[in-house]
Design a protein around this ligand. Structure first.
Ligand SMILES: [Ca+2]
Length: 504
């Protein structure tokens, strides 16, 4: 071999060694990124779990997880109904910014930067399992009928950087989910294809049967994963299987179903944790748990037995029983096991917290409504740097420090001190009249910022068309009501004329 050839080969080997070292380092680094699991129940009340003091409903797996991490006693869903909260989980932004104003309307626009998108860029594999509720899953049909405008609101998980998904558009029964009216035009889609196998029995198990292979696959490939699990339980129709009803045989049928379905979901959360331990990845996996809004029903009854734990209001209310939900996080080597916090936080904070913990910068300066909880989770004494905003159907509430401001339209009419008055019984508006006026301005400014976002100002897509009609605090609701009444009258007149013509 000539000297020059010899040098050449030495050089190639050197380069190869450097390349392999880099690859190995990249692999090790990739493995160190924590797996992230976001679990959410549907319409589960603050008081429906053992870790918040429920003495009847058995939730041993959740209780154990809460005990191994941090429990939140002041954690808020982004909104008082399903779809809005789900939007806040994925974006860190209030749902008025992108027009998912309530449940089963609008869709998550592609232009929103979502958690799976951010994490995918960091090498994560991403999966979504259970309820979707952020758009239709078929361009042709929707369980909510043609009024849902399925073509216009088509926005499946695959539009939002999910590698895998096993989802229904909206609620299905919690037992035998593929049977009954709720399943009509509302099938499970597995990666976009209608699923026909393994849909019998408990719905939480049906969902977990798809989650576990996804996690196993990621672990095998040594890839960090994001697994979002949105159970249908205990949203109506809430039905428990015989073995779970039997556990509560001393109670009425309605209670057996509700309690049994929650325990069935808890069992699946236990099954998930056991899998993480078996794969030896539990020490590198973050688990967040919460509910998407308060319990169903105007009051607690045997048919609608969800408990707010005494908090005022239920689902659809901006009082704490409507948006205050059970929550915990398990974060090994970050959060002190067995800890509990009364810090005001919520689903809006998921994205900023996870991005902060992973040192990821937001790709532009669009407004984010949530804040990073990292310092608080690490046990540091910190004040929340932004108020926690709520806006729903012509009302807003605003939590700043210990005070909660409640508006009727544009004006604050109630103020509560959440620290001294957890159940929102003493309206302090007279005491805080001046602050309330100032707060009205802040809330309106924020409302107008949401309006700008809704018009597409945060997006680079110049052709963006807003999702649905703006519905914020600045619109005149009386005028809107009159307009609607006129439309209804006109439509009725039209249908009468049509009938008349038919008769002729
Ligand atoms: Ca819900």
């Amino acid at each position: 071999m000539k000297v020059s050839e010899n040098n050449y080969f030495k050089d190639v080997i050197k380069k190869a060694i450097v390349a392999i070292s880099f690859l190995l380092l990249a692999c090790i680094y990739a493995q160190e990124k924590p797996n992230i699991i976001l679990i959410m129940a549907d319409d589960l009340g603050y008081g429906d779990v053992g870790f918040n003091g429920n003495k009847v409903i058995k939730t041993p797996s959740m209780d154990r997880l809460a005990e191994s991490g941090m429990k939140f006693t002041n954690f808020y869903a982004g909104g008082p109904v399903c779809s809005p909260t789900r939007g806040t989980v994925l974006t860190g932004r209030h749902y008025f910014r992108y027009g998912v104003f309530s449940a089963n309307i609008g869709h998550l626009p592609k232009e929103e930067v979502v958690l799976p998108e951010v994490l995918k860029e960091e090498g994560y594999t991403t999966g979504h399992f259970g309820k979707w509720h952020l758009g239709t899953l078929s361009r042709e049909v929707s369980p909510k009928g043609p009024k849902r405008r399925p073509a216009e609101n088509y926005s499946p998980p695959s539009f939002h950087s999910y590698d895998q998904s096993f989802v229904t558009e909206s609620a299905v029964g919690t037992w035998n989910p593929s049977i009954g009216g709720r399943y009509h035009n509302n099938p499970y889609y597995f990666n976009g294809v209608e699923e026909t196998e393994n849909l019998a029995g408990d719905d939480s198990r049906v969902i977990m049967d798809r989650v576990l292979p996804f996690i196993e696959g990621a672990a095998k490939e040594k890839k960090p994963f994001l697994s979002v699990i949105w159970f249908h339980t205990p949203h109506e129709p809430v039905i428990a299987g015989p073995e779970y009803k039997k556990m509560y045989s001393e109670f009425s049928d309605g209670l057996q179903d509700y309690y049994g379905a929650v325990t069935a979901m808890d069992d699946q959360i236990g099954r998930l944790q056991a899998k993480l331990e078996a794969l030896d990845i539990d020490e590198n996996t973050i688990i967040w748990f919460c509910s998407d809004n308060g319990p169903e029903g105007k009051e607690q009854t045997d048919k609608r037995p969800g408990s707010t734990g005494g908090l005022r209001g239920r689902k659809r209310s901006l009082y704490s029983g409507g948006v205050g939900v059970p929550a915990f996080v398990v974060w090994p080597n970050k959060v002190k096991p067995g800890s509990s916090t009364g810090y005001i936080s919520g689903t809006l904070d998921y994205l900023p917290t996870i991005m902060d913990a992973l040192n990821i910068e937001m790709q532009d300066d669009r407004p984010i409504d949530g804040v990073s909880l990292v310092n608080m989770l690490e046990g540091k004494e910190v004040q929340r740097t932004k108020p926690l905003p709520f806006m729903h159907r012509g009302k807003a509430t605003w939590i700043q420090g210990d005070l909660k401001y409640v508006t009727a339209g544009k004006r604050t009419v109630e103020v509560y001190n959440l620290k001294n008055d957890r159940f929102e019984e003493n309206n302090l508006i007279a005491k805080y009249a001046e602050q309330a006026k100032e707060m009205d301005r802040h809330i309106m400014d924020w409302n107008l910022s949401c309006k700008d976002s809704h018009a597409g100002k945060d997006y680079s897509n110049a052709n963006f068309k807003s999702v649905d009609k703006w519905s914020g605090l600045d619109i005149d609701r009386k005028e809107k009501k009159v307009e609607k009444a006129k439309k209804v009258k006109k439509a009725k007149k039209g249908s009468k004329n049509k009938k008349r013509k038919k008769k002729q």
